[in-house]
Design a protein around this ligand. Structure first.
Ligand code: MTE
Length: 299
């Protein structure tokens, strides 16, 4: 699809509002609601009971704003999201510097209730609002030699205490193989619960890849590049022995320093039972992307 330049929308238009959300709730990972016997439904509904907005906004990883779980909520109000621009470059027909409104113009913002599993073995269920990354890529015109998509987070040193303290290398960068990026589960999210994305969750636009550990879901994106070679990914650069490029949720591949077989659901209380972690975080429909790959080696 060719990109249509239309400047009729403002920032307010891309902010998801409950009134125009397409409330199709994707119960992916269970073969979809239609494919389930009735007996499966209560368990599924229970499993996908979303966390509260308070949980989702209060317990975060966003190292640009500090390394503590409560640091992003405390510090991310400093993030300047006004007049947000996203640079699109590399192997695309329509490169350029896009406003958020132009990038998302005409696309349907959907609600997707996804499990979200951090590599640190905690999890949440988050009702995201967003568009499929595939739809954005289609309008950008991906060229045939592009094999990966690279993403970059904004760096605002004056406003980001973690950047000032150089807690890890910045900008935070991430990448997906093109087929992963094109998968219908992969979202560019602009909101949660019909509310605009809170700064600490990666305003105004972030990636969500529900079958991968949370660190792949890069926040506050300012660059999307289509590239031929596997791009750098922040945690993989910092410690390649512990964090692979793929980072698919997998209870059978332990982190070198802890098990990945179970997870603690945030909001469940201190004494809540840990729940079993599922391969691909339960999203079995992505398994074919990795046919023939040794997921212990390509972790
Ligand atoms: N994106 C950036 N730019 N900086 C970060 O530190 N942390 C990642 C990911 N995206 C991170 C990031 C990690 S480790 C996780 S688990 C998720 O964001 C957390 O998302 P949440 O805070 O919205 O739950």
């Amino acid at each position: 699809m060719a990109f249509r330049w239309k400047n009729t929308l403002t920032q307010a238009d891309v902010t998801p509002k409950a009134a125009w959300l397409n409330r199709r709730q994707i119960m992916a990972g269970f073969g979809g609601a239609a494919g389930l016997g009735l007996a499966g439904l209560p368990a599924m509904a229970q499993d996908l009971e979303p966390n509260s907005l308070e949980d989702i906004r209060a317990y975060n990883n966003f190292y640009e704003f500090g390394t503590g779980k409560e640091d992003p909520a405390r510090n991310a109000h400093q993030l300047d999201t006004a007049d947000w621009k996203i640079t699109v470059d590399g192997l695309v027909d329509n490169p350029g510097v896009y406003s958020l409104a132009d990038l998302l113009d005409g696309l349907t913002v959907e609600e997707r209730i996804y499990r979200f599993r951090c590599v640190e073995a905690w999890s949440m269920v988050v009702p995201w609002n967003g568009v499929e990354l595939a739809d954005v890529l289609a309008r950008l015109g991906v060229q045939s030699d592009a094999k990966f998509v690279a993403f970059e987070t904004v760096v605002q040193p004056d406003r980001m205490i973690g950047v000032q303290r150089r807690v890890i290398p910045f900008p935070y960068v991430e990448g997906l193989r093109l087929d992963e990026a094109m998968h219908p589960l992969t979202l560019l999210a602009t909101g949660i619960y019909g509310e605009p994305m809170a700064n600490q969750n990666g305003a105004p636009i972030r990636l969500v890849v529900p079958w991968k550990y949370g660190f792949k879901s890069i926040k506050s994106i300012v660059r999307i590049s289509l590239v031929a070679e596997q791009p750098p990914a922040t945690w993989n650069i910092i410690n390649p022995g512990e964090y692979g490029f793929y980072s698919n949720v997998n209870p059978y591949v332990p982190h070198p320093r802890w098990s990945q077989t179970t997870e603690r659901k945030i909001g469940g209380g201190l004494f809540a039972e840990r729940q079993d972690t599922k391969k691909f975080n339960g999203y079995d429909e992505v398994a074919s992307l990795y046919d023939g790959m040794d997921l212990g080696k390509y972790f």
